[in-house]
Ligand binder design. Structure first.
Ligand SMILES: C[S@@+](CC[C@H](N)C(=O)[O-])C[C@H]1O[C@@H](n2cnc3c(N)ncnc32)[C@H](O)[C@@H]1O
Length: 280
């Protein structure tokens, strides 16, 4: 049987995502706590040679863990971008939605726990997944080809003290969270309907000046890589929020100074910062 062309699959996904999104009533999104981080600050962060040196020290240790690149975790180039962003933005409290095998978790934790020049450990990470990613009976990491649980990966790096694991749906966690965060990374269910609900709740969980980071953000709903695949959810959700008057700006990471996937250096990471501009 012949495979359907990716462009056809993309249009099917677009109409499915749109129809689920339209069923949701308008939500109030208060952007007043959002901080500002523009494209020039982002590129300065990615090009910072001091961070690059610090990253190389961690990357050597992390590579020994043999985190698989084939299990839907954030790709290695994007993980490096997370490390640089943390080093530049210097959040104290970070929330990750979507732990999975812990690929991004490990890089967020290593950057948070050890800023260059800091005399003491500097930050904490809370990571949420709809399943118990460390369940010793079900061992979900094995299904994804990862050698050990996210908690064990962190323990091997002596970073387990810096991370709290929560097994809950994102919307439940964000509705009840008492803690506030400087950076919230949304990498869970990437559907438009879920991201449309996650962002207003995440905005309420931010410390003043905080930022939200998206994964699988495809600017203008266009493919980023040669495989032509598009995940439309985050982009459709942010478009709707902007159309409804939410004062936010999406800053896509674009081309990184290193390889990401499929022989390219393109990234699907994007920051939600304050400001008013059309959502690309
Ligand atoms: C793309 S993976 C995250 C990859 C991870 N950041 C990494 O680099 O290894 C998405 C994860 O989100 C989780 N997830 C899906 N829907 C969710 C929801 N509504 N709330 C919380 N987690 C969810 C899935 O169980 C899955 O582990």
């Amino acid at each position: 049987m012949q495979a359907l062309p990716q462009s056809l699959l993309n249009s099917v996904e677009r109409s499915r995502e749109n129809s689920r999104l339209k069923r949701l009533t308008k939500l109030q999104a208060d952007c007043s706590r959002l901080g500002m981080f523009d494209a020039s600050q982002l590129h300065a962060a990615l090009d910072d040679p001091n961070v690059a040196e610090h990253y190389q020290q961690w990357a050597k240790r992390i590579d020994e863990l043999r985190i698989t690149a084939l299990a839907g975790g954030v790709n290695r180039g994007d993980r490096r971008a997370l490390f640089h962003l943390i080093a530049a933005f210097k959040p104290d409290e970070v929330l990750e939605i979507g732990t999975h095998i812990g690929a991004s978790t490990v890089y967020l934790a290593s950057a948070l726990a050890s800023r260059p020049g800091a005399a003491a450990p500097t930050g904490r990470l809370t990571t949420v997944d709809i399943i118990d990613v460390n369940d010793p009976a079900a061992k979900p990491w094995l299904r994804s080809g990862s050698p050990c649980s996210p908690r064990d990966l962190l323990a091997r790096l002596e970073l387990d003290w810096a991370v709290e694991f929560i097994a809950q749906p994102s919307l439940t966690y964000l509705s009840g969270a008492e803690r506030k965060f400087d950076l919230i990374f949304l990498d869970g269910d990437h559907s438009a309907a879920t991201v449309y609900q996650e962002v207003p709740k995440a905005l309420r969980c931010l410390n003043p000046g905080g930022l939200i980071l998206l994964h699988d953000y495809f600017p203008n709903g266009k493919p980023l890589w040669s495989n032509k695949l598009v995940r439309l959810g985050p982009w459709l959700a942010l478009n709707r929020l902007a159309e409804e008057g939410c004062e936010l700006r999406v800053v896509p990471f674009g081309e990184l100074p290193w390889e990401t996937k499929l022989g390219s250096s393109r990234s699907s990471l994007a920051l939600i910062s304050s400001g008013q501009s059309p959502v690309a």
